[in-house]
Design a protein around this ligand. Structure first.
Ligand code: TXA
Ligand code: MG
Length: 354
């Protein structure tokens, strides 16, 4: 719905009259015109959202990592809406979300033994496996590659939506992070709205499941070779993976035909300039572990006490930085292995983007 923002009514909210079916009309809050955020996600809401997906609309939903922008993964027209809504190049493949490991065979073939072990161990969870695609995974999902990315998320609302969607005949939900291309992934429903409200339609929905518990995107593992290889780090860490199977940890990725995710310059970037491991000056944003004091005059955006908290709060802190119209944010990188690897990866890419 486009047009000028109308004048407010007495209550200070902005309302406009929109036509609904059979010549009737109703008053709708201007803020809700482009799409609807639904806070109380009852079974009825989940059924409505699954039907909206089946009818070709987009549904943004929470996962334990970040919010996804979902579409029916077998519907070319719906999937193309994801690309236009995000402003994303068409050759970037999408992750297909499924409700359980039992759906794996629908989308993938020649699944290596180690991939089955990984999925048994870490699904539902923050892990995406890249596998040889079945015929169901068409070029418009895979960016014309011969493999497909699959994930069973752990967030209960996401799982409920996936199960309901499959119950009414759906096969999987394609969902990239629900942000404009190159921007910071959203970890709350309001952040999705801020990112996409001007690009979604009236029939599209945003399901609000509260803040994401992990806060950085899933670990992506290439399972098309003899040994698995991590393409994007996340909460399923190398240390966890090697408890299940051997892992190719060689630095050289030459010869890999797979497009590694998030390699573009401007990934995960706020509008502010991101600078790493430097001294923050007065008026600049500052993100660091809580034991590091805020330099005089700097604006503290996050003070995580653990690595898990750092991951969970990072994207919200970058958004806060933009909401405060700061030009620059200084980020002190967390040390160590585990989830710290994923944080350093995202933040380093955010810094390279400007
Ligand atoms: O945590 C996540 O993975 C979130 C939630 C919503 O599930 N999704 C997400 O999707 O981060 P997206 O599209 O923002 O990032 C996925 C990355 C992209 O860089 C994409 O190019 C890459 O994974 N990717 C997807 N399918 C792939 C494939 N078949 N081969 C190689 N890379 C793939
Ligand atoms: Mg993304």
């Amino acid at each position: 719905m486009k047009g000028r923002r109308p004048r407010p009514l007495d209550d200070g909210d902005y309302w406009v009259r929109v036509s609904v079916k059979l010549g009737r009309s109703k008053l709708v809050k201007w803020d809700n015109l482009h799409m609807e955020i639904i806070n109380n996600c009852t079974q009825e809401v989940i059924e409505r959202a699954a039907k909206a997906l089946k009818d070709g609309h987009l549904v943004a939903f929470p996962t334990e990592t970040v919010y996804g922008l979902g579409a029916d993964a077998t519907n070319k027209k719906s999937v193309s809406k994801i690309y236009s809504t995000k402003g994303r190049p068409i050759d970037h493949p999408l992750i297909v979300h499924i409700s359980s490991i039992n759906q794996l065979d629908k989308w993938a073939v020649n699944i290596p033994e180690y991939a089955l072990k990984l999925s048994t161990e870490f699904w539902p969870g923050p892990m995406t496996l890249i596998l040889e695609r079945s015929n169901l995974a068409e070029d418009f999902i895979t960016g014309s590659q011969s493999n497909v990315g699959l994930r069973v998320p752990a967030e209960p609302l996401a799982l409920a939506l996936l199960s309901e969607f499959e119950k009414i005949g759906g096969s999987g939900i394609a969902a990239p992070s629900a942000n404009r291309f190159g921007a910071v992934s959203p970890t709350t429903a309001n952040a999705v709205k801020d990112e996409l409200e001007n690009f979604l339609n009236d029939e599209d929905l945003i399901l609000d499941g509260g803040p994401c518990s992990i806060g950085v995107e899933s670990t992506i593992i290439d399972c098309t070779k003899v040994l698995p290889r991590v393409l994007r780090s996340g909460a399923i860490t190398n240390e966890m993976i090697v408890t299940v199977c051997s892992l190719d940890q060689s630095k050289n990725i030459k010869g890999s035909k797979i497009r590694a995710p998030g390699v573009l310059e401007s990934h995960y970037s706020p509008k502010a300039k991101v600078v790493l491991d430097s001294m923050a000056k007065s008026g600049e944003g500052f993100i660091a572990m809580s034991d590091i004091p805020t330099p005089r005059g700097a604006i503290r955006l996050a003070s995580p006490t653990t690595i898990q908290e750092y991951a969970r709060d990072l994207y919200a802190a970058l958004r806060l930085c933009d909401n405060k119209n700061l030009d620059k944010v200084i980020i002190l990188l967390p040390q160590g292995e585990g989830l710290a690897v994923a944080i350093r990866d995202r933040v380093t890419k955010a810094a390279a983007g400007k």
